[in-house]
Structures are given as C-alpha cells and as structure tokens.
Design a protein around this ligand. Structure first.
Ligand code: HEC
Ligand code: HEC
Length: 179
C-alpha cells in the first residue's frame, strides 16, 4: 500500500485530507510538511523526526493502531507532499495575492470589510460556513483574489496574481488551521 492509501485509511479521520486538522478548539492538530522535528505533548522536550514520531505515537490508542516501520516511512513521504500552511501564510500575506490587504492579517480588519474568522467559516447555521477545507479552497480558487481595486477611499495599485489550485489549497490549509 502506498502512503496516500495508508494515510486515507488510518490518519485522515483525525487530520483531514490536506492535513488541516480540526477547527478550533483543536484536539487533532494540523500536520505540516515543513515541520521537521516534532514533540508529543507527553514528552515536550523529546524532538523526533516525522517517521519516528509516527512510529512512536500514531495513530493514538491501542498499540495495534501504530503505523511503524515501512508504514511510517510511506506515510511520512506522503505527508511531505501535502500543502504547507507555512507557504499558505506567505501567499496570504503577499502583495501578489493581496488576501491580507483585503481581509486583514488573520482574516480580521482588511479593506474589503469581509472578515474570514474561523467563527464565520464554521457558522453554517447563519449562512456562512465551509464543511470541508476543500470547499474553502474551491471558493478561493474560483473567486479570489477579487479584482476590484478601490475600497473605501484607498486605491490598490496591485495587479493581483491569480491563485492556482496548489496556492488555494495551501492558503485554505493556513486559514483553516490558524484563524
Ligand atoms: C484518533 C485521532 C488520530 C488519528 C487516527 C491519528 N492521529 Fe496523529 N495526532 C492526533 C493527536 C491527538 C495528536 C497530538 C498528540 C499530542 O502531542 O498530544 C496527533 C499528532 C500528530 C502529529 C504531530 C503534529 C504536530 O505538528 O505536532 C503527526 C505528524 C501525526 N499526528 C501524524 C499521524 C499519522 C501519520 C497518522 C496515521 C498513521 C495519525 N496521525 C493518526 C490524533 C490522531
Ligand atoms: C481586492 C480585494 C480582495 C482580495 C485581494 C481578496 N479578496 Fe477575498 N473577498 C473579497 C470580497 C469583496 C469578498 C466578498 C464577495 C465574495 O464572497 O466573492 C471576498 C470573499 C472571500 C471569502 C469568503 C468569505 C465570506 O464571507 O464568504 C474568502 C474565504 C476569501 N475572500 C478569501 C480570500 C483569499 C484567500 C484571498 C487571496 C488569495 C482573497 N480573498 C483576496 C475581496 C478580496
């Protein structure tokens, strides 16, 4: 079995299809390919490689659930292909995509007046809300960045760069796991 198949069978239920983890309050953390050393909450000073961490702790619960040896190597290789929230933050904050200009750092207080707080993302009852990180990525892919250049009294000089699928996935993962 390859890493993707293993990940989907044994990890996705808690960590999500892009490794985005839960909405806040978080009980299952995001998994980011950029993080090279990881510590478990029960041993905060012990830093492990991704492979060693998975083999020692994942999936949690009964030892029979552990993904050790080749399983850990295969899943780790797959995790390194997932979108990076660190890259997503860089793109969100960049002048090319201008997300932060219109929506504010951390989704609050930008020029457009459209906030993207996690409370809004999860608020399906009041007409907001994205059920999955893919829904959020699709919204970004299909309609962001907006090309309107005048907000309030400020004219934006930027010629916005479009955000392709990989860009949308990375930004969606950043928003989902951070805001
Ligand atoms: C039942 C839910 C659950 C499943 C299934 C699960 N995890 Fe986790 N995972 C967690 C929790 C909870 C933590 C936080 C552990 C802690 O430090 O207390 C975690 C932490 C992690 C981390 C560290 C994240 C970080 O940056 O701190 C990685 C990597 C990880 N899991 C990978 C995996 C892999 C790979 C699998 C599948 C083999 C998997 N997990 C299956 C719940 C789960
Ligand atoms: C020029 C200003 C502007 C830029 C740049 C921009 N947005 Fe938007 N965004 C808007 C406006 C206006 C809306 C509301 C209209 C809509 O939903 O299409 C919106 C809506 C959204 C929504 C839906 C929020 C809701 O309340 O439904 C998300 C998510 C979002 N933007 C993310 C992004 C991301 C990510 C980027 C960067 C790739 C970005 N936006 C760039 C102006 C902008």
């Amino acid at each position: 079995m390859n890493g993707k198949t293993l990940y989907e069978a044994r990890c996705l239920v808690c960590h999500g299809s892009l490794g985005e983890g839960d909405y806040a309050p978080i009980s299952n953390p995001a998994i980011d390919p950029d993080k090279t050393l990881i510590s478990h909450s029960t041993a905060p000073s012990v830093l492990l490689s991704l492979e060693a961490y998975i083999a020692a702790y994942m999936a949690p619960g009964a030892l029979s659930k552990r993904c050790g040896g080749q399983c850990a190597a295969d899943v780790a290789a797959y995790i390194r292909t997932l979108p990076s929230a660190v890259t997503g933050k860089t793109q969100y904050d960049s002048s090319t995509h201008a997300c932060a200009t219109c929506h504010g750092a951390n989704g609050v207080g930008g020029l457009s007046g459209i906030d993207i707080p996690t409370s809004y993302l999860t608020d399906l009852v009041n007409g907001g809300g994205y059920l999955t990180v893919q829904d959020l990525s699709a919204k970004i892919f299909t309609s962001m960045p907006q090309t309107k250049t005048v907000y309030k009294t400020k004219t934006l000089n930027t010629k916005f760069g479009s955000c392709d699928q990989a860009c949308s996935d990375a930004i969606a993962k950043y928003i989902w796991s951070t805001f």
